[in-house]
Design a protein around this ligand. Structure first.
Ligand code: NDP
Length: 257
């Protein structure tokens, strides 16, 4: 076993067509893993898979709406056939954001956010457990957010979903260590992606976020590859004693009082 290689390993990364997920697919494939990914947009997914093929990466995928239980079951079925019933790495990356003041959240907003960001990763872990166990060397990485650790403006329900992921990390790390499955979470700060681009512009909110970013010790937004590098590291054999941790990639945001 090589300490700094993922050669021979298999990975499922949810939401790999854009942003942080895209960078994670490339990072894991670059370390030699065979990767499976999914998103809701078939055209974009096929374009990405072609692009990865051109770069010499081994990536396959299928369309899946992770908020649907049926789709999740189909996804794990496809991964089971693609990788002969063994999965080394599950990266729960895909999530949805709705910016609202606390009193303005509708029951529909609440269900969509909790379903996509918490129930879906939870259920994927249940479905993938036999595959991760069968691999003999399993790794789960959740992507949560600094919003699961500190209060950011108009993100309460999203933050609750991410805070719950942070705690799932610790429980799974203890329950599944005996199956040789490690569980860790990467909590990004502000990263340059397409997230939230469909949200209406609100000058008050923009100012609140500008103010927040101006106080980040490394005073710039982060890039997706600055998150994917930690995800890959956590999955490497060299990280074999790291389990149950929530690690921020936030330029020092959460370190500052
Ligand atoms: P993007 O919106 O840029 O990308 C999200 C990816 O997930 C896309 O590939 C999208 O494809 C897919 N996706 C979203 N919803 C679903 C769904 N229901 N079913 C299947 N695929 C889905 O997001 P980011 O890269 O910014 O975010 C990735 C992770 O990082 C998330 O967990 C987010 O909460 C977290 N994060 C991001 C931060 C940031 O500043 N960007 C900060 C902190 C955390 P499609 O829409 O076609 O389905």
């Amino acid at each position: 076993e090589q300490r700094w290689s993922l050669k021979g390993m298999t990975a499922l990364v949810t939401g790999g067509t854009r942003g942080i997920g895209f960078a994670i697919v490339e990072e894991l494939a670059g370390f030699g893993a065979r990767v499976y990914t999914c998103s809701r947009n078939e055209k974009e997914l096929n374009e990405r898979i072609k692009e990865w093929e051109g770069k010499g990466f081994s990536v396959s995928g299928s369309v899946c709406d992770l908020s649907s239980q049926d789709d999740r079951e189909k996804l794990i079925g496809s991964v089971t056939s693609a990788f002969d019933g063994k999965l080394n790495i599950l990266v729960n990356n895909a999530a949805t954001v709705t910016l609202r003041k606390f009193v303005d959240y509708t029951p529909e907003d609440y269900s969509l956010i909790m379903n996509t960001n918490l129930h879906s990763p939870f259920h994927l872990c249940q479905l993938a457990h036999p595959l991760l166990k069968a691999s003999g060397n399993g790794n789960i990485v959740f992507i949560s957010s600094v919003a699961g650790l500190v209060a950011l403006p108009i993100l309460s329900v999203y933050s609750a979903s991410k805070g719950a992921i942070n705690q799932l990390t610790r429980n799974l790390a203890c329950e599944w260590a005996k199956d040789n499955i490690r569980t860790n979470t990467v909590a990004p700060g502000g990263i340059r992606t397409s997230v939230g681009q469909n949200q209406p512009a609100d000058p008050d909110v923009e100012e609140a976020y500008r103010d927040m970013f101006s106080r980040v010790p490394i005073s710039r937004i982060g890039e997706p590859h600055e998150v994917s590098s930690l995800v890959a590291f956590l999955c490497l054999p060299t990280a074999s004693y790291i389990n149950g941790q929530v690690i921020c990639v936030d330029g020092g945001l959460t370190a500052k009082g």
